[in-house]
Ligand binder design. Sequence first.
Ligand SMILES: [Mg+2]
Length: 245
Amino acid sequence: MGETQDIDNRYVIWLDIDNTLYSASSKISQAMGQRIHAYFVSMGWSEEEASELHSKYYKEYGLALRGLVRHHQVDPLDFDSKCDGSLPLEDMIKEDPGLRKLLQDIDLNKARVWALTNAYRTHAQRVLRILGIDDLIEGLVYCDYSLPNFACKPEPEFYHNAIQRAGISDPSRCFFVDDSRGNVVAAHQLGWGNCVHFCERGLDTVEGGRQKKIGDDQATIPSGIKVITRLEELRSIWQDIFKQQ
Ligand SMILES: [Mg+2]
């Protein structure tokens, strides 16, 4: 198989959005979890059945909605408007000058900055706008809920699409940070070069509708993946792609 020559040979930095670019302390995952639960209940399941299925689909597919579409023909855009679309995000997160400075200090001669999310485009763009960093993101790879069989993290197809979108062929040129351990491990297994697990150890979050303490699962992380508790730590572990002071 011949290597294709990339037109732009800069690195690509991939930033997850939810619970990565803002802290889990915003409690957005809790509010999302409640809405998704209500959506399951509105489809006729009992509270217990709704919790079970929500958790099962999240574990199986990385995204509850993926299971709802696959097994119950749910309209993903209806789901999105009732779940993510109804979140009062403006009251939960705000402009983040520190994050903005962090991204501005990346050397654009060396790297391009993209976002990579399991949310739909509207939610992703809204979060980036509220945080005040939308102009610093070159491209957005999101879950395209308008496609009948959309892919999501941690499916390999999602990562393959992403690097194709960014116009690169060598996964080792990717830098990636995500709060989901599974998403980071999947990228690492596909040869993404610099994977970082953002882990706000001790904070509460909701995953698949279940309350959990971040970092409590004690799962080991493959060597080669760095773990950080603050995004500022990227300045030292990704030193080469930041402007030299
Ligand atoms: Mg996330």
